[in-house]
Design a protein around this ligand. Structure first.
Ligand SMILES: Cc1cc2nc3c(=O)[nH]c(=O)nc-3n(C[C@H](O)[C@H](O)[C@H](O)COP(=O)(O)OP(=O)(O)OC[C@H]3O[C@@H](n4cnc5c(N)ncnc54)[C@H](O)[C@@H]3O)c2cc1C
Length: 397
């Protein structure tokens, strides 16, 4: 890919801003408040508004659903610098992502690195067009933090694999069309060595799903059961029994996403909300303790944003430290918990309202509960700290 010069980048920014101003409907520039604000695509895709449809179709036509993938896979061929500018300009306007998909931030990078060309050409353009809603089948009842202990079996039956076992905490398994799964293909070797990475159509006979209720009241979680499910051998990604490498690579992308790297939606400043909702004296918050907490939080938030930017810039020069995704995941999600805790404090009694799922005007308690989930999904905070200690800081065991 050709490098874009500084002058070109200036033009690109101006053109991008103008294009977004013209094509992103005003209602698509509001923060996402509920799941219906998010378009996930899939076989049974439904847009929740005309503006959501327009925004998705405009971005698809512009090839900006996944702007940084190659054109042959449905991407927009943008360089990292151009993509960065697009992300920044979308963030400035508050543009929502046109498509929410585990295919983009999680499966896609793994396919690009490990799949055959035939598999890439089959699955990547479908991800871009939002044709398939993907879910993730990693965790099992006895394999969460110790993921390599997973037991769901894939037995070789000559022309197919026969799958038996179950997955748990599978987000949106009840809505998804396909699942990317870790399966055990060899039980006679060390646990990390006998794992493979398989794609499974959820419509295959023998796949069933049971929803799980969460503390937040909403239920994206499911248990997913596989009972003598036949999966074509062509659905194996990478080499048989070497799926652990793919699993880790995918997790590093998932952790960056959960940590908030590359997000375009804008969160309102906590200080603005505090000014609106609490008493002021001489132009500042009356509660001196809250004043200190808000200032400290906003400093931490700015430092994190600057650190992400610095690391991404260093990344362009090829200076990539191991385990950075764990740092992003740990700091980003713990910061988000602090944000939601502060919002509860600022809102007082009002924050404790537990309203029905379809009301978005009082959702502080629900968001607070959900933020705790961020520190668990994709690997808990404790596990990220272990990785940071070992692989970033080289501390002894
Ligand atoms: C919102 C959400 C969405 C999720 N979505 C999915 C999904 O779509 N697909 C999927 O496959 N999974 C999903 N998960 C599951 C998630 O990956 C697991 O919950 C996570 O890996 C932790 O595993 P566990 O729940 O079994 O906890 P455990 O592994 O049993 O851990 C319990 C506690 O022990 C601590 N602990 C465990 N081992 C260590 C250690 N070595 N050192 C220090 N502390 C340790 C943990 O930090 C944790 O506090 C989701 C989880 C959440 C919360």
């Amino acid at each position: 890919m050709e490098t874009t010069t500084k002058v070109d980048l200036g033009n690109f920014r101006t053109e991008t801003r103008a294009w977004l101003e013209k094509n992103c409907p005003i209602s698509m520039r509001q923060p996402v408040k509920s799941t219906s604000d998010m378009y996930w695509g899939g076989r049974n895709a439904k847009f929740s508004s005309e503006d959501q449809k327009i925004w998705f179709e405009k971005m698809l036509e512009k090839k900006w659903i996944v702007p940084y993938w190659e054109g042959k896979y449905g991407g927009g061929d943008l360089t990292p610098e151009e993509n960065n500018i697009l992300t920044q300009e979308m963030a400035k306007l508050g543009c929502r992502k046109p498509l929410f998909s585990f295919g983009i931030a999680m499966l896609g990078p793994a396919l690009l690195k490990f799949a055959t060309e035939e598999q890439k050409l089959r699955y990547l353009p479908e991800i871009v067009k939002g044709k398939i809603w993907w879910c993730q089948g990693y965790s099992e009842p006895n394999a969460g933090s110790d993921l390599a202990g997973l037991q769901m079996k894939a037995q070789d039956r000559e022309d197919h694999y026969l799958i038996n076992g179950s997955k748990v905490w599978t987000t949106y398994a009840d809505k998804a069309d396909w699942i990317f799964c870790l399966v055990r293909t060899n039980t006679d070797v060390a646990k990390h060595s006998g794992i493979s990475f398989l794609l499974i159509d959820m419509a295959t006979p023998g796949v069933s799903v049971r929803p799980i209720k969460l503390i937040s009241g909403k239920s994206p979680f499911c248990e997913t059961f596989f009972d003598n499910v036949k999966v074509p051998k062509s659905n194996l990604i990478g080499t048989l029994n070497e799926g652990w490498t793919i699993a880790k690579y995918l997790l590093s992308h998932e952790r960056q996403m959960i940590g908030g790297v590359g997000q375009t939606d804008i969160k309102r400043d906590i200080s603005e909300i505090a000014k609106e909702k609490t008493k002021m004296i001489s132009g500042q918050l009356e509660d001196s303790l809250l004043r200190t907490q808000v200032s400290k939080f906003e400093m931490d938030e700015s430092i994190f944003e600057l650190t992400i930017q610095r690391i991404l810039d260093e990344d362009k020069t090829g200076k990539k430290a191991a385990a950075l995704s764990s740092f992003f995941k740990y700091y980003g999600t713990e910061l988000n918990v602090k944000r939601e805790e502060l919002l509860i404090q600022i809102g007082g009694d009002e924050s404790l309202l537990w309203v029905p799922n379809d009301r978005n005007d009082a959702d502080a308690a629900r968001k607070f509960c959900r933020s705790k989930g961020n520190t668990i999904e994709g690997g808990t905070s404790e596990i990220q700290l272990n990785i940071i200690a070992k692989r970033l800081l080289n501390l002894p065991n």
